[in-house]
Design a protein around this ligand. Structure first.
Ligand code: ADP
Ligand code: MG
Ligand code: ZN
Length: 618
């Protein structure tokens, strides 16, 4: 209401200013411009005619314009007043003067009349020209005030976010998710033409849940679905709600759906739905999550509150489907789940192509190779890789992005940013043997991925060095033997330290953690320990999704637990023996790799292969 008032007051004030402005324009600029002549009394005009000073006359309905002879012109009288000679003057017409025409004829003055009506047109023009700019300014000001409430008031600011967005993203911007795109085709068809679906009585799922690890393109997919269908995209993120004051979350959900229904067909996208949709029971005793619960309830109410064919499709994304409240997954809510997984090699290549579309690539850039050596990378990681490479090239002031840029970018992403903390010589020596140990154990076993690069440059994440292994293909299945070899590689660092320095160091803690985790999964999930048999010992709910802590089933006896611990220990110990054995056999190679590392800080896979070949020939 207040806003209306202010707008009205603004309009009135503006109108007044504009009126005064137009009047000033008329009086000061337009009229004088039009007349361009000094006004004199009618009597003066008559005298000038009588004295024969006047050369030309234009008789208008309102005004008479007359020009005097200039000095020296033919027929100019002798007594021409010098200060007025040659000038044009005007005077107001006196209609009562019936003898004017006769007098002009008698005096031999050239004269003509102005066509009638012209004066009105000119006057009109004189008003329209100045009004136009004022009107335009007024229009734009008014529009800004009326349309953009966010300028005027805070309270309504969320309205801006609630106007659906036309994303402009399409499936062309997504790589490696053809199957998912195919599943979404039907929804796109529906959004494009809801009436058609309604006519045939088809029912579409109200809610589609996109499930997958972070960075795999779930948000992108939702936007592209809207983009492909050409419908507005309303989005909110679950994490937005977390920051909100009590009661706002639920109100916001209500607003969102209200807006969306008005704009149907459209897509409502709820990102990170797990933050509001966590199972209510697991929220804990203290009911601190009242707000979240209200929001969730509102969401459920809204979802139940409209017909499936109303043209609103709700999409949501999560990487934690296991913790979602089961109420969300009931029929009529998010009853369709679509799995979005990490890209395969072909997918990675497509994604790299998409994200290097606008980059000037040097001819040596081999995207196929990059796709091959980046298993486990998500779409976001690959986008990041391309961007880092471009940044590195920019920093070099180069005009093309080269393969070297991509390789450095890759190292950065894998190992964190390189930092130059000089290590004491003993520490460097130990790190060199440790990393050399990993590298050789990896290179000496048949089923481990080849070593790409070993470095003893400390990383930002606190590691003193790293060994980079690049699998040559994506692995969907891993055999027991391969897992054992992986554990051996992880223990290669510690084994080398034991052989050279006769004691372990803290440097292997991370390796041991990873090795133990693999061994534990082998025993409890994959049935790979003889003593325990092909039985799953891990609790089902929520376990191991995205590398979470493994929980054993509660009913497992203490004896079995002890057996599990024993089996895990045996696996890791056996792996350590394997590593020790391999390194003992290739001591010279280990020394040389460690030497090279201390000198150059880095050693590549081919060099290690070279060193190994050198000593096996003897
Ligand atoms: P999620 O929502 O699954 O966490 P996003 O959709 O937010 O992932 O992805 C983040 C960014 O990573 C995207 O904006 C895009 O640049 C890139 N990206 C992720 N997946 C893909 C893909 N399949 N194709 C192309 N780019 C992708
Ligand atoms: Mg996302
Ligand atoms: Zn290590």
């Amino acid at each position: 209401m207040d806003k209306k008032h202010r707008q009205l007051r603004f309009s009135l004030a503006y109108f007044f200013v504009a009126l005064v402005g137009m009047w000033l324009f008329q009086v000061l600029i337009f009229q004088p411009l039009l007349i361009q002549a000094q006004e004199v009394p009618y009597s003066q005009f008559r005298q000038d005619v009588a004295k024969g000073y006047v050369k030309e006359v234009t008789l208008g309905e309102e005004r008479i314009f007359f020009t005097l002879y200039d000095v020296g012109e033919p027929n100019a009288p002798e007594d021409l007043p010098a200060d007025r000679a040659g000038y044009t003057f005007n005077t107001v017409t006196v209609p009562e003067d019936k003898t004017l025409v006769q007098d002009l004829l008698d005096a031999g003055v050239q004269f003509r009349a102005e066509p009638p009506g012209n004066g009105l047109l000119v006057t009109l023009l004189g008003w329209i020209i100045p009004v136009l700019p004022f009107a335009l300014i007024w229009y734009f000001l008014y529009k800004r005030m009326g349309g953009g409430q966010h300028i005027m008031s805070f309270a309504k600011s969320r309205a801006r976010e609630l106007t659906g967005e036309l994303t402009g993203v399409t499936f062309k911007d997504i790589g490696g998710l053809e199957e998912v795109e195919y599943e979404l085709k039907e929804i796109i068809e529906f959004l494009k033409n809801p009436e058609h679906f309604t006519k045939l009585g088809a029912k579409l799922p109200k809610g589609v849940l996109l499930v997958g690890p972070p960075g795999t393109g779930k948000t992108l997919l939702a936007k592209a679905t809207a983009g492909e269908a050409g419908v507005p995209f309303f989005s909110i993120s679950g994490s937005d709600f977390v920051e909100m004051f009590v009661g706002v979350g639920a109100a916001r959900v209500r607003d969102l759906f209200e807006q969306a229904k008005k704009k149907a067909p459209c897509i409502v996208f709820i990102d990170e739905i797990d933050t509001i949709g966590q199972a209510r029971a697991s929220a804990g005793a203290l009911r601190v999550n009242d707000e979240r619960e209200q929001t969730l309830n509102q969401l459920l109410t809204e979802m139940d509150g409209f017909e499936p064919n109303q043209g609103v499709v709700i999409m949501a994304a999560t990487n934690r489907p296991d913790i979602l409240d089961p109420a969300l997954l009931r029929p009529g809510r998010f009853d369709r789940q679509i799995q979005v997984s990490l890209p395969t090699e072909a997918g990675r290549l497509q994604i790299l192509h998409i994200h290097t579309r606008e980059m000037p690539l040097a001819p040596d850039v081999d995207l196929e190779r990059l796709a091959r050596i980046t298993p486990g990378f998500s779409g976001a990681d690959l986008a990041n890789l391309a961007n880092e490479a471009a940044l590195l090239a920019t920093r070099r002031n180069a005009d093309q992005v080269t393969m070297a840029d991509f390789e450095r970018a890759l190292e950065r992403i894998v190992a964190g940013l390189q930092r130059n903390v000089p290590l004491r010589d003993e520490v460097r020596r130990r790190v060199a043997y440790h990393e050399g140990g990993h590298a050789l154990v990896a290179a000496l076993q048949p089923d481990t991925p080849p070593v790409h690069k070993v470095s003893i440059i400390p990383t930002a994440k606190g590691a003193l060095g790293f060994t980079l292994q690049m699998p040559e293909e994506d692995q969907y299945l891993i055999s027991e033997n391969e897992l054992r070899q992986r554990i051996a590689v992880l223990l290669g660092g510690r084994a080398a330290e034991l052989l050279i320095f006769s004691e372990p160091s803290t440097g292997a803690a991370d390796d041991l953690q990873k090795a133990t985790q693999i061994a534990r999964r082998m025993v409890t999930e994959f049935g790979m320990a003889e003593a325990l048999g092909p039985v799953r010992y891990v609790a089902d709910a929520g376990a191991n999704y995205l590398g979470e802590q493994l929980m054993l089933r509660p009913e497992i006896s203490p004896q079995t637990q002890a057996q599990i611990d024993e089996a895990v220990r045996r696996l890791v110990e056996e792996a350590q023996e394997t590593a020790l054995g391999l390194l003992r056999e290739h001591m010279e190679a280990l020394h040389e790799v460690a030497e090279t590392l201390q000198q150059n800080e880095v050693i590549h896979g081919e060099e290690i292969q070279h060193i190994l070949e050198k000593y096996t020939h003897d």
